[in-house]
Structures are given as C-alpha cells and as structure tokens.
Design a protein around this ligand. Structure first.
Ligand SMILES: Nc1ncnc2c1ncn2[C@@H]1O[C@H](COP(=O)(O)OP(=O)(O)OP(=O)(O)O)[C@@H](O)[C@H]1O
Ligand SMILES: [Mg+2]
Length: 146
C-alpha cells in the first residue's frame, strides 16, 4: 500500500478555462515530484481527457490531486469526480472508439494506457469518479504474503 500525504489541491471543472488550470496544475505538480518531460506529458494528456469527460459528460465536477509515496517512490494521484448521469456499461465506455456523443471515443481508453493505475467508480444516477496514479519510478509489486 502507498501512503497519501493528504489532498494537495482540489480544482473545479466547470468551464473550458478550468481545463487549462487542470492541465497547468498537473504539469507543475508532476514536475515538482520529479517526473521527466515525457511522463509529465503523458499524465497531463490523461488528465486533460478525464477532465474533459467530467465537464462534457458529467456536467462538471472537480479534480483532487494528491501526492502519494510508496517504498521511496513518489507518485501523483488524481481523482476526477462528477455527479452526472454515470456510465451504465463501463466495459463499453472503455473500449477504443466508443462514444455516446460525437467524440473519437479515445479519451477513457487512451487515458487508461497513459497511467500506471486506473480505476472507475460509476453507476447510472450516482455520478462518476475516475482515479489515476502515476509513479516517478514504478514501485515493485509487493509479493504475496509480505
Ligand atoms: N464522467 C462521465 N460521465 C458520464 N459518462 C462518461 C463520463 N466519461 C466518459 N463517459 C462515457 O464514456 C464514453 C467514452 O468516453 P471517451 O472519453 O473515451 O470518449 P468521448 O468523450 O465520447 O470522445 P473523446 O475521444 O473526444 O474523448 C463517452 O462517450 C461517455 O458516454
Ligand atoms: Mg472524452
């Protein structure tokens, strides 16, 4: 398990301008934690897609950013949440190219590939929370029973 150093920041996602702040915040937080340029860009790209989904599909919400550490590795954990309609079929929503609107349907599936850990909590009528974590250096998986 990793330890969390508390919620560092909570940003609203209510407008296109908020998406700019989200990208900027994630870029700066990742740089501060020691992510290289390529990894910063991966995380910013994932965050941008997830924040856009929060705004467009979820009707707005927020992003909470948290610094986490595990076995000497530093990570950034981001949680995007909304109280929108939720996602009825998660498997379908996560498949490449699926969109319920006029998008490319690559946001969720693409974001999942860009991060180390990806979790969605969603149900029709109860909103959506997507949590992602990226590690500066990925910690080894703990062995069974250790
Ligand atoms: N926060 C959310 N609330 C409700 N539905 C969502 C949410 N995020 C994603 N979805 C659903 O999952 C589908 C797939 O999302 P994804 O981001 O992959 O594609 P998209 O947003 O339609 O297009 P784009 O490629 O432009 O992002 C969406 O079309 C939408 O139906
Ligand atoms: Mg999208």
């Amino acid at each position: 398990m990793h330890t969390a150093a508390g919620v560092e920041a909570c940003l609203p996602i209510r407008s296109d301008m908020d998406l700019v702040w989200v990208r900027q915040h994630v870029r700066q937080a990742a740089a501060r934690l020691g992510f290289g340029l390529v990894d910063q860009t991966k995380l910013v790209t994932a965050a941008s897609e997830l924040a856009r989904n929060t705004l467009v599909h979820g009707g707005g919400g927020q992003m909470a950013a948290q610094h986490v550490s595990s076995r000497g590795s530093q990570g950034l954990r981001l949680a995007f949440s909304d109280e929108g309609p939720g996602i009825a079929d998660l498997e379908l929503a996560l498949s490449d190219g699926y969109t319920s609107g006029g998008g490319l349907g690559m946001g969720l599936s693409g974001a999942r590939r860009l991060v180390h850990d990806f979790e969605i909590d969603s149900a029709p009528g109860s909103g959506t929370t997507v949590r992602v974590t990226c590690w500066v250096v990925r910690p080894p998986r703990p062995r069974e029973g250790v």
